[in-house]
Design a protein around this ligand. Structure first.
Ligand SMILES: Nc1ncnc2c1ncn2[C@@H]1O[C@H](COP(=O)(O)OP(=O)(O)OP(=O)(O)O)[C@@H](O)[C@H]1O
Ligand SMILES: [Mg+2]
Length: 234
């Protein structure tokens, strides 16, 4: 039987989603992020992914419990999500802490994503709000680690790295163009399929001088992804 070991303050909110909320809390004497989702909205894939994936660039799951209404997850507590980096300076949620150079952010994200895909999973909701920044400070330096979070839309792919596009497909604004095209032509095709490459689009957006970092990314970062086999040459 699951024990009730997670505690949190209802007003210590870290984030809000469509079906749940994230709070600052405690689990076994450790500060954690507590993600609480309505029982009828939980996605078993999220739990399975988090249980399976163990990597420094993926958020760690410590414990799961339920009450009558909610499923409650104790997750590794991070300092902010990447979207908070781009908020206006007057926004109280603005992240002003240390960040590594873009190339290091991309490398860490690439390593995490490579591991996700190696495990025959696809994230499918890649966007700054689902990427977390973790800072470990010592007397001498700050060690920043970038982590993938929110596996609420993730799912398994077959051995060819493809999946059917017949169900939910991520946040529209951040959807890969080939996924949009596939959906557009969906009526003409028997069974449209997406691929793990759709998880790469965020990086292409950034390589384009895109919204996320708001600055042009050097081509070397993109070359790095190509050499990882994480993106196709263009
Ligand atoms: N482990 C964490 N540490 C710090 N902040 C977090 C953590 N997990 C989530 N957050 C904050 O809460 C926000 C929402 O979290 P998350 O993306 O996991 O849930 P969600 O979007 O509500 O989920 P869903 O998309 O499944 O509805 C994140 O963008 C981030 O700002
Ligand atoms: Mg999210």
């Amino acid at each position: 039987m699951e024990g009730k070991k997670i505690t949190f303050e209802r007003n210590a909110t870290l984030g809000e989603g469509a079906y749940g909320s994230v709070f600052r809390g405690e689990f076994e004497g450790r500060q954690v992020a507590v993600k609480r989702i309505l029982l009828n909205k939980i996605n078993k894939n999220e739990e399975e992914c988090l249980r399976k994936l163990k990597h420094s660039n993926i958020i760690k799951l410590f414990h799961i419990e339920s009450d009558n209404d909610f499923r409650i997850y104790a997750l590794e507590l991070c300092n902010a999500s990447l979207d908070q980096l781009f908020l206006g300076s007057d926004d109280p949620r603005k992240y002003n802490g240390p960040m590594p150079p873009d190339i290091v952010v991309f490398l860490q994200l690439g390593l995490g994503l490579e591991y996700i895909h190696f495990n025959q999973l696809i994230h499918r909701d890649i966007k700054p709000a689902n990427i977390l920044i973790s800072v470990r400070s010592t007397d001498r330096s700050d060690e920043v680690t970038i982590k993938w979070a929110d596996f609420g839309l993730s799912r398994a792919v077959n051995e060819r790295g493809t999946f059917t596009l017949s169900d939910i497909r991520g946040t529209e604004k951040w959807r890969a163009p080939e996924s949009l095209k596939l959906l557009e032509n969906a009526q003409e095709e028997d069974e449209p399929r997406g691929t793990v490459q759709s998880d790469i689009w965020l990086r292409l957006l950034k390589a384009d001088g895109g919204e996320a970092f708001g600055a042009k990314l050097s081509t070397s970062a993109f070359d790095l992804l190509v050499s990882f086999g994480l993106a196709d040459e263009w």
